[in-house]
Design a protein around this ligand. Sequence first.
Ligand code: MG
Ligand code: ZN
Length: 237
Amino acid sequence: MDKFRVIEIKESVFADNNADAAELRNTLKKQGTFLLNLMSSPGSGKTTLLKRTIGELKGEMNIAVLEADIDSDVDARTVSEAGAKAIQLHTGGMCHLTASMTRQGVEEIGLDGIDLAILENVGNLVCPAEFDTGACKNAMILSVPEGDDKPLKYPLMFSICDVLVINKIDVAPYFDFDFEACKERAKKLNPAIEIITLSGKTGEGFGTWTEWLRKSVKEWKSAAGVGDNAFVRYGRK
Ligand code: MG
Ligand code: ZN
């Protein structure tokens, strides 16, 4: 699989974002696709993490990636080469995705038969947290070089995520990153947040992340009444 398309998506000025998001989740539930909204700053290692994720899970489930970027198709090419169905969404300068923009991407790529779709949101920790994309869960990546104080600076992002991935633990010896302080800050904002520490580069800690994804896909499918039948190889690893 090395073909992907690039499409321009536009924000509708008439959109009621919360209604659009609820409607999109409803569509996703009907077709049994778990859509994850993945957010982070630029350079947090999203694409490397996606590449490894696809490599580890593609034998168990069908994966699609929607790459949002202001420009370029570098990331869609990379994930497409890793074995996922991919589409590049150009946001025409927009620094976040709304639910109607997400729907345009979903309709263009086509998620029939897709178990796990990952939406790589535009890289910033501010406004993507303000718009429900219609995804089933929200995930964020914080990388060690960015610092353990980010929950203090971007509280909304940490508040709306179901899972926080602390990435690049392989470079931890070179940075003063206080893992306990960071986790405590995130938990204070969002007691339910799950926190996973890993290295997308070396793969250390990666099993916890893939297990979280398997569980999330499985739960979404059974909530959707799709059950395990459409996901027969679950837990095969
Ligand atoms: Mg990227
Ligand atoms: Zn924005």
